[in-house]
Design a protein around this ligand. Structure first.
Ligand code: TYD
Ligand code: MG
Length: 472
């Protein structure tokens, strides 16, 4: 059988098929297979005959290596996400939906660095140089000596960058618009994206410049093109937010040089993105504490505590199968929590529609949010308004037991800073039995979901403060 000359590559997941199909067998997406010529990458090199290998010196772990100083942009929220500044010679991929503000963020970062005397190059493959300049003008960044070009050929870009003084930072907006002569596929295809990224990564490693690649995101939130690019780069961050809200979150997904759970919070204003130093205040702004079904969760995002409101609406269902809709939280966790509430708390939710929303468009992935979500659900079901000055955190186990959450102290401190006086949370390993005060916050230690349900039931009957009760 003859070897196939071309292959069909899924533009969604990067899987390779030998013939065209309507549906990708790997990711089950329809109409994503595109015919691509074999790339002149590693395969072609091997076909030309193996070159004799060069012998290189091996080194020990305790060699001499001076870490290059990091490049601080001066934008505290951005520097927090990069783990203390951009690393010279590294590649950072920033993904995000169109219009979320990636280009705005990066032109602001470029201007900030250029004003500090670094050579900064911004290559736009999507907008004309005049368009980028117009935006910079509107943002008041025109005085910053950022070097600008609208180019899409990777070979030309690398030749240009190598000609002058080594740039400290190069922004490529976006990787999907770049094309390289080493691949025969059309621009935007998986092969092109991969080869272009490969060339730019090689440039970063050889030159010591920090390269930022902008990546588009598909409808299900993945960076378009192969996941391979995510594995190739040193760090991946995603820029999130939704059209209805002004603030944007830059979230670290992968970082070879620092922690991965940090977030940077920005607010989109008429004058570009401004940093939000105190996100809790922003997320809790406009909170209506007089309605049932709202609980404040004292969460952690990386090293920073962040307070958000979890809202629940529980209503009798007219449908055979009640509706469960979740925004900003994991639907599977909601199902689990509902089952625990039914089994261990005797809370009947089976015939109710449940809507759960994390206010402000924030996404929570921490298990410690269970307790706040449970409190919001029970509050909405019973109509009891939760105390305005109480925060909740703790992971609910399948047995109904509430497990301690890490970083209790920073959570409590943040809550105290924002005027909260009480916290319902599992007792930490070092804390006593009695509900003492930590960081000025009165503790209501809870060990079982039944205690929280009893507390809320007591509230509904007479509006009294939560008090200690035995688990049901
Ligand atoms: P942009 O950076 O072009 O998004 P991306 O590169 O991720 O596609 O941002 C475009 C959006 O940001 C646009 O809808 C308008 C809004 N915006 C502002 O609200 N204020 C501003 O100062 C700027 C520059 C943009
Ligand atoms: Mg853009």
């Amino acid at each position: 059988m003859a070897k196939p000359r071309t292959s069909f590559i899924c533009q969604n997941c990067g899987a390779v098929a030998s013939r065209w199909q309507g549906k990708c067998e790997a990711c089950n997406e329809w109409n994503t297979l595109v015919e691509e010529a074999p790339s002149a990458g590693i395969g072609a090199l091997a076909a030309r005959g193996a070159r004799k290998g060069r012998v290189f010196a091996l080194e020990g772990l305790t060699g001499e290596s001076k870490p290059a100083p990091r490049l601080l942009s001066g934008m505290a929220e951005l520097d927090r996400v990069t783990g203390g500044g951009f690393v010279p010679g590294s590649v950072l991929l920033i993904g995000g939906e169109p219009g979320i503000g990636k280009s705005t963020l990066l032109i602001q970062a470029c201007a900030a660095l250029a004003r500090r005397g670094e050579r900064v190059v911004y290559i736009s493959g999507e907008e004309a140089a005049a368009q980028v300049r117009l935006r910079a003008e509107r943002l008041g960044l025109c005085d910053a000596p950022v070097e600008l070009a609208a180019e899409t050929s990777v070979e030309d870009i690398i030749a240009t960058l190598s000609a002058g003084r080594r740039p400290a930072l190069v922004v490529i907006d976006s990787i999907q618009t770049m094309w390289t002569e080493t691949a025969e596929a059309t621009p935007g295809t998986v092969t092109q994206v991969r080869c272009a990224a490969q060339a730019l990564i090689r440039y970063a490693k050889l030159s010591g410049a920090c390269v930022i690649l902008v990546g588009h995101v598909t409808k299900d939130g993945q960076i378009a093109g192969p996941r391979v690019v995510e594995h190739m780069v040193d760090a991946v961050a995603s820029f999130e937010g939704d059209g209805a809200h002004h603030f944007r979150i830059l979230r670290n997904v992968k970082n070879r040089f620092g922690p991965t759970d940090e977030i940077g919070v920005f607010e989109m204003t008429g004058a570009g993105l401004s940093e939000v130093a105190n996100p809790s205040a922003l997320f809790l702004a406009g909170r209506d504490g007089s309605a049932p079904g709202a609980a404040v969760f004292a969460g952690m995002e990386g090293t920073r505590p962040v307070l958000v409101e979890i809202q629940a609406l529980v209503a009798p269902s007219a449908l055979g199968t009640p509706r469960r809709a979740v925004v900003g939280w994991d639907p599977n966790r909601l199902s689990m929590l509902v089952a625990v509430l039914e089994t261990h708390g005797r809370v009947r939710l089976g015939q109710h529609d449940i809507y759960l929303n994390v206010a402000g468009g924030v996404k929570i992935s921490e298990p410690a949010a269970d307790l706040a979500a449970a409190a919001a659900l029970v509050s909405s079901l019973t109509g009891a308004v939760l105390p305005h000055d109480t925060v909740f955190f703790g992971e609910v186990g399948l047995s109904g037991a509430i497990r301690p959450a890490p970083h209790a102290n920073p959570r409590l401190k943040e809550a105290a800073k924002l005027g909260f006086a009480r916290a319902a949370a599992p007792p930490g390993p070092q804390e006593g039995e009695a509900g003492g005060k930590i960081a000025g916050i009165a503790q209501r230690p809870v060990r079982h979901i039944g205690e929280v349900i009893a507390d809320i039931a007591a509230l509904g009957r007479g509006g009294v403060a939560p008090r200690a009760r035995a688990a049901s």
